[in-house]
Design a protein around this ligand. Structure first.
Ligand SMILES: Cc1cc2nc3c(=O)[nH]c(=O)nc-3n(C[C@H](O)[C@H](O)[C@H](O)COP(=O)(O)OP(=O)(O)OC[C@H]3O[C@@H](n4cnc5c(N)ncnc54)[C@H](O)[C@@H]3O)c2cc1C
Length: 298
């Protein structure tokens, strides 16, 4: 087939995959060379990150840090000099890692491909990892849905100031001080999620950390569990900072799970009745499986 209408933009690479647009530039994974490559408008390519083996996927954390995963499941962050190994859940498994997509909460979704053991893994900002979907052959071409928490961090402060620019008086004075993108939290009105619930000696528990709509009826329980775990960790001591870090780490998976399942239930409820009816048996099955995944129990 003739390449009619197609121009060669750049060449000389091993195998370019996962092309994406980010901050005005085209990026791609040069897989077998192990490079995350950024292209200038004139097609000049720059290897922004190099990994020590076959590169699988890459993406950006909400704060702009570049994250890459190799085919064998090793994670690299741009600012770190060391390679961060994934927990055994992923590394050493039969399914190689592939494409990566990171959501607005910094959760990296990584495709696992293979005739056996294919699926989708998720690595959270605290480096905990788990398989979140199975029975998939090759989950490539991932994309976040429009209702995901996709507001990019860069430019958030300016967007908030612009959105409320008609406010005057004390409000305007406060708005003028909103200049740090990283400190502007974004989430749908019925959800709240703060990625780091501990800053110094300030600790968030309950809805202040992870509010969700009541459809799963777990918010009060989660708030009470937070309080319990916080007290347990503080009592275990000896160092307060370490105790608070343990609190955040122990609570992250369970509270995130409630938020995600709540969002899934809400999505289901929004479907037309005829579609909902067909999904109920599957939903019951998923619900049982998802409650079983609510570990570790405090
Ligand atoms: C309709 C509905 C049904 C629900 N059903 C269930 C259920 O069946 N099971 C379940 O587990 N959960 C349920 N939830 C969720 C549950 O109510 C919340 O998750 C839980 O109350 C959160 O507790 P919290 O202590 O974190 O926050 P809150 O209960 O919101 O407590 C925060 C408190 O801080 C106060 N406050 C706020 N700002 C200030 C300030 N500046 N100074 C001083 N005080 C302040 C507020 O007045 C409030 O009393 C439901 C929620 C709703 C809305």
């Amino acid at each position: 087939m003739a390449n009619e209408g197609l121009d060669l933009f750049a060449d000389g690479f091993s195998f370019l995959e996962a092309p994406r647009w980010h901050e005005g530039q085209l990026w791609a994974a040069d897989m077998f060379a192990g490079h995350v490559v950024a292209f200038a408008a004139d097609s000049a390519a720059k290897a922004v990150m190099t990994v020590p083996e076959v590169l699988a996927g890459f993406g950006w954390m909400p704060d702009g840090r570049l994250l890459a995963v190799t085919r064998s499941g090793r994670l690299l962050r741009q600012e770190a000099t060391a390679v961060v190994e994934l927990p055994s859940l992923l590394s050493g498994g039969t399914a190689p890692c592939n494409e990566m997509t990171i959501d607005g909460q910094g959760r990296a979704y990584i495709g696992l491909f293979g005739l056996a053991g294919g699926g989708l893994a998720r690595v959270d900002p605290d480096d905990s990892a788990r398989v979140v979907a199975t029975d998939m052959l090759l989950p490539n071409g991932q994309a976040l849905s429009a209702d995901g928490f996709g507001d990019p961090v860069p430019g958030r402060a300016a967007r908030v100031r612009e959105r409320f620019s008609d406010l005057t008086g004390a409000h305007a004075t406060v708005l003028d001080q909103v200049t740090d993108d990283a400190r502007v939290q974004f989430s749908p009105a019925d959800q709240a999620w703060v990625d780091l619930p501990v800053r110094g000696r300030v600790v968030l528990i309950g809805d202040a950390w992870h509010a969700a709509t009541p459809s799963m009826a777990q918010g009060g329980s989660m708030a009470a569990e937070d309080a319990l775990v916080l007290v347990q960790e503080l009592a275990a001591g000896p160092d307060i900072d370490q105790a608070l870090a343990r609190y955040a780490s122990r609570r992250r998976q369970r509270t995130a799970h409630v938020q995600e399942t709540t969002a899934m239930r809400n999505g289901l409820a929004a479907l037309p009745l005829e579609d909902r009816v067909g999904l109920v048996p599957r939903w019951a099955e998923l619900s049982v499986a998802s409650f079983a995944a609510l570990v570790p129990v405090p």
